[in-house]
Design a protein around this ligand. Structure first.
Ligand SMILES: [Zn+2]
Length: 73
């Protein structure tokens, strides 16, 4: 069953939703807004590390670079 990831354009909350039908609409779990952006579909979690890195900002908190050192630090 396809799982889609969304980000609310109103408050920025990310959430996942399992769509039971192609026409199902997603609404933000935090504020209820339907102004949500579909990010990607997740059929299987390939790896916890890659998944975490795609959701979290990079180790470098200064610039958000995926790896420390890419920003010249
Ligand atoms: Zn929201």
């Amino acid at each position: 069953m396809p799982i889609f990831e969304y980000r609310c354009q109103a408050c920025g909350t990310k959430f996942e939703k399992i769509l039971t039908s192609p026409s199902a609409e997603a609404a933000c779990k935090a504020c209820g807004s339907r102004r949500v952006e579909k990010l990607l579909s997740v059929f299987a979690v390939a790896g916890a590390s890659t998944r975490a890195s795609s959701l979290e900002p990079g180790p470098c908190g200064a610039c958000g670079a995926p790896r420390r050192g890419m920003c010249g630090e």
